[in-house]
Design a protein around this ligand. Structure first.
Ligand code: SAM
Ligand code: SF4
Length: 433
């Protein structure tokens, strides 16, 4: 979502005459768009500003703006601690960045804009031309969260759940496709909680997917991040009959232990999660999954960790993110006694070894096979192209004619844990994975 926000922040700055700088020292405005999900985020911002100060020691001071969730969480404190910062702007107020920059240029005031004005934000953003021309584009449809998992800052930094109007999203999708997008990833902190009503009609994530599925020039649809509780049947049914919806779902479980899930306030248990997985597999037996895992949540025992390993083996995730629990100030879990760091590191290593093996095993299956790839761009340092499989696996391959935005079949001739490598083949008779 920060990628989407950064693109839009760039559009807002371009609207008042800014251009992207080629080098750091050439820039006269820096926007540090930050994430607060795990600790050290705040310190990273101060370190980055320290580096900026050094680079600009002999030049004029650039305008320095901190946006995103660190700005939201730290607010005025940031400007007090580091006067080199000119503005802090929260994730729901960044639509004002153009006006704030112009005002600052006029009267040199410092600003702290950290209100939740999410409706106004999207109404304002709608008026600003979109510059991104990416084959694979992001589109935010929902923001914020009402679930309040005990470890997570999102409900406090992004605010309550908000779903953008259906038509506003479809209009933005049309613009993205007209600018060359062939894949759209719908974004939200809880994307499958999307819920918008107008004229007695209810729109859900499934309504958006079905509408996008009819877009002529769009080839792939994805969405992220989903909560297991919101995998409703209407959404699961889309995997049966929307051919553009990719058979790959990031569905974070966090832990395989019911005790820990309860203590996290996750609102689902193992059984519920595994039932959702079964329903999805019934809808499309090609579907594959990835997840997020939190290791060493307060109270996690060896048995709880084994339950997590067990669920990884049961579901066979092909790719996942895993982190040691990071206490976030202001969240209910922040004051709980943290587990021993060395033990947590060992558990993380154990879990990541298993996940990495799954990834490697999965990639090995494609060796000497044809794989359907959406061509995204040419790699700058090699004579190769880059794209992804239906399952998001990166593929690097040789191609004679540049076919940006096309779906092609790549014959895979080698692999590593993260990527597949191959050459484009025109053999259309063989069925690609
Ligand atoms: N809404 C999604 C869900 O509930 O599945 C997840 C979105 S959250 C912004 C992204 C991921 O960050 C979470 O799935 C979780 O694994 C990780 N995360 C959040 N808070 C964390 C914390 N305090 N410590 C470690 N990881 C954390
Ligand atoms: Fe955070 Fe996701 Fe839980 Fe919401 S559902 S509080 S975004 S982890």
């Amino acid at each position: 979502m920060n990628q989407y926000d950064s693109d839009r922040i760039y559009d807002l700055a371009a609207n008042i005459g800014f251009n992207k700088a080629n080098t750091k020292t050439e820039a006269d405005c820096f926007v540090l768009n930050t994430c607060h999900i795990r600790e050290k985020a705040t310190e990273k911002v101060y370190h980055e500003i320290g580096r900026l100060k050094k680079s600009f020691r002999k030049n004029n001071k650039p305008l320095v703006i901190v946006s995103g969730c660190v700005a939201q969480a730290e607010s005025d404190e940031m400007i007090k601690r580091e006067p080199y910062i000119d503005m802090v702007i929260g994730p729901q107020s960044y639509h004002k960045i153009g006006d704030l920059i112009l005002t600052h240029q006029r009267d040199k005031n410092k600003f702290n804009e950290t209100n939740f004005e999410v409706i106004e934000k999207f109404d304002e953003l709608e008026k600003i031309p979109i510059s991104q021309k990416k084959i694979s584009s992001y589109l935010t449809i929902q923001e914020g969260c009402d679930k309040f998992c005990n470890f997570c800052v999102v409900p406090y930094t992004r605010g309550p759940e908000y779903s953008r109007p259906f038509k506003q999203i479809i209009d933005e999708a049309k613009i993205l496709v007209s600018k060359g997008a062939r894949e759209i990833t719908l974004l939200g902190q809880n994307v499958n909680a999307y819920n918008f009503s107008e004229n007695k009609k209810k729109y859900k994530l499934s309504s958006l997917i079905r509408e996008l599925n009819d877009f002529k020039n769009l080839k792939r649809i994805r969405y992220t991040t989903s909560h297991p509780r919101d995998m409703s049947m209407d959404l699961i049914e889309c995997y049966k009959d929307c051919e553009k919806l990719m058979p790959f779902l990031h569905l974070p479980i966090q832990s395989g232990s019911d005790k820990i899930l309860k203590s996290m306030n996750r609102k689902h248990d193992r059984k519920y999660y595994l039932d959702v997985i079964e329903k999805l597999k019934k809808a499309n037996n090609n579907i594959k999954f990835s997840s997020d895992f939190i290791i060493g949540y307060p109270g996690e025992t060896e048995k709880d960790h084994k339950d997590t390993i067990d669920i990884i083996k049961k579901v066979g995730f092909i790719n996942s993110y895993s982190f040691i629990f990071s206490p976030r100030p202001g969240t209910p879990a922040a004051n709980k006694k943290v587990e021993d760091l060395e033990k947590n590191k060992e558990r993380l290593k154990n879990l990541q070894n298993i996940l990495e093996n799954n990834q490697l095993k999965n990639n090995k299956k494609y060796l000497n096979q044809l794989c359907e790839v959406l061509v995204e761009n040419k790699l700058s340092d090699q004579n190769k192209y880059f794209g992804r499989t239906k399952f998001m696996t990166p593929v690097k391959f040789y191609l004679n004619n540049f076919k940006k935005g096309e779906l092609i079949n790549v014959k895979i001739n080698s692999f590593n844990r993260n990527s597949l490598f191959g050459i484009y083949t025109i053999n259309k008779n063989e069925k690609a994975a």
